[in-house]
Structures are given as structure tokens and as C-alpha cells.
Design a protein around this ligand. Structure first.
Ligand code: PGA
Length: 290
């Protein structure tokens, strides 16, 4: 019996959507994902500021998906302020991989989805350094996030001393490989996965990676992803750059062929700066989907 390609794709999409809830396969014509502009507000802002930011945030520019990752307690506030708009997604900054139980002070994936999150940041360097998250813990969270219908943004990056010692690519390889090793077969739909290259020395320091450094690291990560998932699939994984991104340095970073977006801390606390970063990404994307 002959099946048409569109029918098979529609069937696969329906099954994946059913399995993954809102995080299902994007429609076929959107397979090349948009650039992602993600705000990591960290432990900043109160409800009033968060509400105003979301209410006044201008529409996501063409070719760009906008994501806000507020502190967990502000997720419902921001969701309410966004109302029915669909151009801005919400994400969590962390989660506990167990589904429920005696984990004082933690939040499960299901609770975060219930509060409006569809993405989650996994393995941010502050979690690794300040909360002792090992590569293995990060891998567990990556696998669990996908299983629990949260789209993970896996953060990797070297410290300054590791860069000075020439260990950058060894560190990136280990962090990526250990995390990916935790994923069960079959491989996830690559468009559901984001990897953020965040050199630790650039985070919150005002000292961004150069475009050449960002491109070199992003290309390295894409090559490793290609070895794991196949090179065509690796092109659909969004690779972000994060670390002191500002409207001033964004154009050069956005022009890197392997940089598909930004994960932004400090500059995301200013709506004007955040919107400017969106316009820069949109211009780099040619004002539309790639
Ligand atoms: P930054 O933070 O933009 O303030 O450097 C980035 C991040 O931690 O994701």
C-alpha cells in the first residue's frame, strides 16, 4: 500500500503532539525553527515590574520566538499579563526532576507547566557553580524535561581558567556528551532542543565572547550534535549564545551562522534593550523564518 508523504508526516505529528502535549512537532513549513530570544530574569523583579514588562512588551518581530523565564513565583503573573497573546512563551529557570514528593522548596515540571511554562533552562552555570549541579544531574534534568513536556535549554560553557588552559572544547564536549547520554532512544525531535553556549567568564561580567569565539563554540556544539543525532537533525537544534549580550554587541553575535538566538540575563531586565535584541535577531534572520 502506498502512503503519501504528507499523510505520514501528519500522522507522526499527531502522535508526537499527543505524546508531548503542547511541545509537539512544528508544522512542516516551520521545520527550520525561528531564532529564539530568551530572557533569564534570574532572581530579579517583583510582581509589579514583571506585570508591566509583559503587558508593554511589543510583538515578537518576524522570524523570532520570544521567551520569558521569570522567577517561578512570577510565572502566573506574567502569564496573566500576556493574556491571550501567542507570540511570547514562558519558561522556568530550573526544576526538580522528580515528579512529586518531599523536596522542600522545589518545583516539579508538572507544577511549572501548570504555572504556564513550556520551556526550562537546564544546567545554567549558576546552578552548576552555586547549587552543585553535576553533568550527571544536568543530564537527568534534560531527559526528564523532555519526558515531562518542557522544552529544555541546555547551558554549557567553560570558565576563564579552562579557556586559558586551552580546555574549552574538552569542557563543552564533556558537558554536552554527558547530558545527551542521559536521553533515552529514540532521539528527541531536534527542534524541541536548544543548547546555549554560555562562557562562564562572560555571564554578568560585561565581557561578551567575540563573534569568532561564539561561532567557533556554536559550530563545535553543532558538530557534536550532528554526530549524535545526524547532521540534518542537528541543524534544527537551536544553538543560543549567552553572556553579556547587549544591543551594542548583538549584531555581530547574531550574524554568526551557527548562533540561532540569545539567552539574555542583565539586558533582559530592560524592556527596551530586550526589544532591541529582538529586532537585531529579526534583521539577522532576514526578517522571517530561515
Ligand atoms: P548576562 O546573563 O546576560 O547577564 O550575562 C546571561 C545568562 O546568565 O544567561
Amino acid at each position: 500500500m502506498n502512503y503519501r508523504r504528507e499523510d505520514i508526516e501528519a500522522l507522526v505529528r499527531a502522535v508526537v503532539t499527543e505524546t508531548l502535549g503542547g511541545a509537539g512537532l512544528p508544522p512542516a513549513e516551520k521545520r527550520q525553527p525561528k531564532r529564539l530570544l530568551a530572557a533569564n530574569w534570574k532572581m530579579n523583579l517583583l510582581a509589579t515590574d514583571a506585570r508591566r514588562f509583559a503587558a508593554e512588551l511589543s510583538a515578537a518581530p518576524p522570524g523570532v520566538e520570544v521567551l520569558l523565564c521569570p522567577p517561578h513565583i512570577l510565572l502566573p503573573v506574567v502569564r496573566e499579563a500576556l493574556g491571550t497573546r501567542r507570540d511570547v512563551s514562558l519558561g522556568a529557570q530550573n526544576f526538580h526532576p522528580e515528579p512529586r514528593g518531599a523536596f522542600t522548596g522545589e518545583h516539579s515540571a508538572e507544577q511549572l507547566r501548570d504555572a504556564g511554562a513550556s520551556f526550562v533552562i537546564v544546567g545554567h552555570s549558576e546552578r552548576r557553580a552555586l547549587f552543585a549541579e553535576t553533568d550527571l544531574v544536568v543530564g537527568t534534568k534534560l531527559a526528564r524535561a523532555l519526558r515531562e513536556n518542557l522544552r529544555p535549554i541546555l547551558c554549557v560553557g567553560e570558565t576563564l581558567s579552562q579557556r586559558r588552559d586551552g580546555a574549552t572544547f574538552r569542557v563543552l564536549r564533556t558537558q554536552l556528551d554527558v547530558a545527551l547520554a542521559a536521553l533515552p532512544a529514540p532521539a528527541p525531535e531536534p527542534a524541541l532542543l536548544c543548547v546555549a553556549y554560555e562562557p562562564v567568564w562572560a555571564i554578568g561580567t560585561g565581557l561578551n565572547a567575540t563573534a569568532a569565539q561564539a561561532q567557533e563554540a556554536a559550530a563545535f556544539l553543532r558538530e557534536r550534535l550532528g554526530e549524535r543525532f545526524g547532521h540534518a537533525a542537528a541543524r534544527r537544534v537551536r544553538i543560543l549564545y549567552g553572556g553579556s549580550v547587549t544591543p551594542e554587541n548583538a549584531a555581530a553575535l547574531a550574524a554568526c551562522p551557527d548562533v540561532d538566538g540569545f539567552l539574555v540575563g542583565t539586558a533582559s531586565l530592560s524592556r527596551e534593550k530586550f526589544e532591541a535584541l529582538g529586532r537585531t535577531l529579526s534583521a539577522a534572520a532576514g526578517g522571517g523564518d530561515r
